[in-house]
Design a protein around this ligand. Structure first.
Ligand SMILES: [Fe+2]
Ligand SMILES: [Fe+2]
Length: 238
C-alpha cells in the first residue's frame, strides 16, 4: 500500500523512524492517528510530497534500526512503558505544575492564555496520575497474566472487570481527554511560540510542554496501537 493512503498510526508502527517526522510536523499519530497520511496533510495544510520525502530520508539516515515493539513480549513492553513513559510522566507533571503556576502568576495579566494553560496542565495531571496507577495495578498485570497463560496453553485468567476490552476502552477514552488537552495547549500557545522578551521560566515552561507532548504521544502510541491490540488478540473471542 502506498504511504500516502496508509493510516498515520500504522506508519508509526511499521516505520518507527516516522515518529520523529510526525513530531516535527505536529502530527498526532496516537489518539488521532486513525487517518490516512494524505488526509492529515490536507487538514493541517502540510505538503504531502515534502513529508513523503522526509519519511524516506528518516528511514535512510536512521542511526540504528529502532526496535519494532511488535516483536517483543507484553512483559517487556509493559516494563518499558512503566519505566520509560510513566516514571518521566510523573516527574515532568510535577515540574509542569510548578512552572505553569509561576509563569501564569508573573505574566498571566499580559498573556491571559496562561490561565487556561495552567488549568489544562492541572486537568492532564488529574487525569494521568490515577490513570497510570490503574494501568500499573490492574490492567498491565492482567495483560501479563494473559500472555503467560497463553504461553503455557492455560485458560484465560479470571478478571473482575469481565472482558479486557472494558478497561482498555476506559483507558483509551482517558488518552483521548489528555490528547485533547495537549492539542488545546498547542493551540493556545501558537505551537509553543514564545512572546518577545520571554523570561527563562517562560522558556522552560514551553520547552517542557513540548517535550511532554512528545513523551505522551509515544506513551499513548505504545498502548493504543501496540499493547492494547495485542492484549485483545491474546484474550480471544469472548
Ligand atoms: Fe500508560
Ligand atoms: Fe494509558
Amino acid at each position: 500500500m502506498q504511504t500516502a493512503v496508509k493510516q498515520v498510526r500504522d506508519l508509526a508502527i511499521e516505520q518507527p523512524s516516522s515518529v520523529r517526522v510526525f513530531e516535527s510536523f505536529g502530527i498526532d499519530y496516537c489518539c488521532g492517528g486513525r487517518k490516512p497520511l494524505e488526509q492529515v496533510c490536507s487538514e493541517q495544510q502540510i505538503s504531502l510530497p515534502q513529508i513523503l520525502e522526509k519519511l524516506a530520508e528518516a528511514e535512510r539516515v536512521a542511526p540504528a534500526p529502532i526496535e519494532p515493539w511488535t516483536t517483543r513480549s507484553c512483559v517487556d513492553l509493559v516494563e518499558h512503558i512503566v519505566h520509560q513513559c510513566h516514571a518521566p510522566t510523573r516527574t515532568e507533571l510535577a515540574r509542569l505544575d510548578a512552572l505553569a503556576y509561576k509563569v501564569r502568576n508573573r505574566h498571566g495579566a499580559n498573556h491571559p492564555e496562561l490561565v487556561q494553560v495552567e488549568a489544562l496542565v492541572q486537568q492532564i495531571a488529574n487525569e494521568m496520575m490515577p490513570h497510570m496507577d490503574k494501568e500499573e495495578r490492574v490492567l498491565f498485570p492482567y495483560i501479563v497474566s494473559l500472555e503467560q497463560a497463553h504461553q503455557v496453553g492455560a485458560p484465560k485468567p479470571y478478571a473482575f472487570f469481565g472482558s479486557v476490552a472494558h478497561p482498555i476502552a476506559a483507558m483509551m477514552a482517558e488518552h483521548d481527554i489528555v490528547g485533547g488537552a495537549l492539542a488545546s495547549i498547542r493551540g493556545l500557545t501558537n505551537n509553543f511560540e514564545l512572546p518577545e522578551g520571554a523570561c527563562p521560566t517562560y522558556h522552560a515552561l514551553y520547552a517542557t510542554l513540548s517535550d511532554f507532548e512528545r513523551l505522551t504521544h509515544r506513551h499513548v502510541h505504545l498502548e493504543n496501537n501496540v499493547l492494547f491490540p495485542r492484549a485483545i488478540a491474546l484474550a480471544g473471542p469472548e
